[in-house]
Write a protein that binds this ligand. Structure first.
Ligand code: SAH
Ligand code: DHB
Ligand code: MG
Length: 221
């Protein structure tokens, strides 16, 4: 597989279409400086999230898996005045780094980073009868995906978008006999996308700086 070519083409796309940006760069720099994994969405993927949020006029966005807030910045910048983004993060240290990045990006008042395992914070939101979210981005631990999708649905309205990262995993996803719990969970996630009558969904394969993976995009009908 021509990984070097994918990477070079991603860099080309970023140079042409994704403007250099101080807050986003600082978020990536802080990720490296803190020794966090380099698993933020790629720049062109972040811009896709931004475009989808703007195109759908999202006013309330839910993110599951904050890390250093790189994708959070992209999504929050798409919000109109008065918009709100809630990002759920299990690791207090990640949340702290993300909050500093969001502050530097001028988004501290628009974004709340809530610490806790999404397995706990999502049902809490449902119990609180939170207003529906217009867009949900799922990007936390992969074994949690099937449950996150079900809660995201409960927190959505017809017309909401649910987007999920990492649903192809180097193509491992087609191995029904895989013993990898991440793969099995993503397969179950894709099954829920397929059979859930409240959703119409597709998956796009992606290549580039993050290797070979995919994004799921589902519309709540
Ligand atoms: N969306 C980010 C990357 C997220 S990486 C970006 O593109 O910039 C995945 C994050 O999910 C990590 O910070 C990890 O700590 C968090 N995470 C893992 N398990 C979790 C859980 N059960 N609940 C909430 N967050 C979790
Ligand atoms: C991993 C997680 C991600 O969200 C991602 O985009 C890439 C890799 C991982 O846990 O390996
Ligand atoms: Mg991811």
């Amino acid at each position: 597989m021509p990984d070097d070519l994918w990477t070079d083409v991603d860099r080309y796309i970023d140079n042409v279409l994704v403007r250099p940006d101080r807050a986003l760069q600082e978020a990536l720099d802080s990720t490296r400086a803190a020794g966090l994994p380099a698993i933020s969405v790629a720049p062109n993927q972040g811009k896709l999230l931004y475009i989808l949020a703007r195109a759908t006029g999202a006013r309330r966005i839910l993110e599951i898996g904050t890390l250093a807030g790189y994708s959070t910045i992209w999504l929050a910048r798409a919000l109109p005045p008065g918009g709100f983004l809630l990002s759920l993060e299990a690791e207090p240290r990640h949340a702290e780094i993300a909050r500093a990045n969001l502050e530097r990006a001028g988004l501290a008042r628009v974004v709340e980073v809530r610490v806790g395992a999404a397995q706990a914070t999502l049902p809490q939101l449902v119990a609180e009868r939170a207003d529906p979210f217009d867009l949900t981005f799922i990007d936390a631990d992969k074994p949690g995906y099937p449950a996150y999708l079900r809660w995201a649905l409960d927190l959505s309205r017809p017309g909401s978008l649910i987007i999920a990262d990492n649903v192809v995993r180097d193509g491992k996803i087609i191995d029904a006999a895989s013993r990898d719990s991440n793969v099995q969970a993503i397969r179950e996630f894709n099954e829920v996308l397929a059979v859930e009558p409240r959703l119409t969904a597709t998956v796009l394969q992606t290549v580039g700086v993050k290797g070979y993976d995919g994004l799921a995009i589902a519309l709540v009908t």
